[in-house]
Design a protein around this ligand. Structure first.
Ligand code: FES
Length: 143
C-alpha cells in the first residue's frame, strides 16, 4: 500500500533533528490523529541552507517530512513557498487516499517555518502554531 519511496523515507528519513539557532520554526499539529511535526530552517542569502524536522507521527507523516526537507533544501524562500501538498505526495510516488492528509501536515509545517522566518526578519508578530484538522479522519471517526 505504500510506495517503495515512502518506505525508503520512512526507514531512512533524511534531515532528522533540530537546528538550535534556526531562523524559522514551523510546528503543525493534527488534533484528530495527534501527530505533530516541527520544521526548522536556516536561511542564508534568501536561500534555505539547512532544514531539519522532528515528527511524532505515522509512517506517512515521517516520509512526507523527510521528503519536504529534501524538496526545500537549497531553494530560495520564494521557490520553497511554492512547494505544495501534491508536490510532496507525488515525489513520494503517491500516498494511499486515507494518508493524503499527512502530506498536508508536511507542506504546512514548511510554510509555517518560512512565515516564522519572514516575521522575525520583518519584525512583525510571529505566527501562532497551526492545528491542522483532517477531514478524512473526522469522517472516519465521525467526529
Ligand atoms: Fe496523522 Fe498521518 S495519521 S499525519
Amino acid at each position: 500500500m505504500y510506495s517503495a519511496k515512502v518506505m525508503d523515507h520512512f526507514k531512512n528519513p533524511r534531515n532528522v533533528g533540530e537546528i538550535p539557532d534556526a531562523d524559522g520554526i514551523g510546528t503543525v499539529g493534527n488534533p484528530t490523529c495527534g501527530d505533530l511535526m516541527s520544521i526548522y530552517i536556516k536561511v542564508r542569502d534568501g536561500r534555505i541552507e539547512d532544514v531539519k524536522f522532528k515528527t511524532f507521527g505515522c509512517a506517512a507523516a515521517i516520509a512526507t517530512s523527510s521528503m519536504v526537507t529534501e524538496l526545500a533544501k537549497g531553494k530560495t524562500i520564494e521557490e520553497a513557498l511554492k512547494i505544495t501538498r501534491n508536490d510532496v505526495a507525488s515525489e513520494l510516488q503517491g500516498l494511499p487516499p486515507i494518508k493524503m492528509h499527512c502530506s498536508n501536515l508536511a507542506a504546512d509545517a514548511l510554510k509555517a517555518a518560512i512565515e516564522d522566518y519572514l516575521a522575525r526578519k520583518n519584525g512583525t508578530p510571529r505566527p501562532a502554531r497551526v492545528d491542522h484538522s483532517c477531514h478524512i479522519e473526522h469522517e472516519a471517526h465521525e467526529f
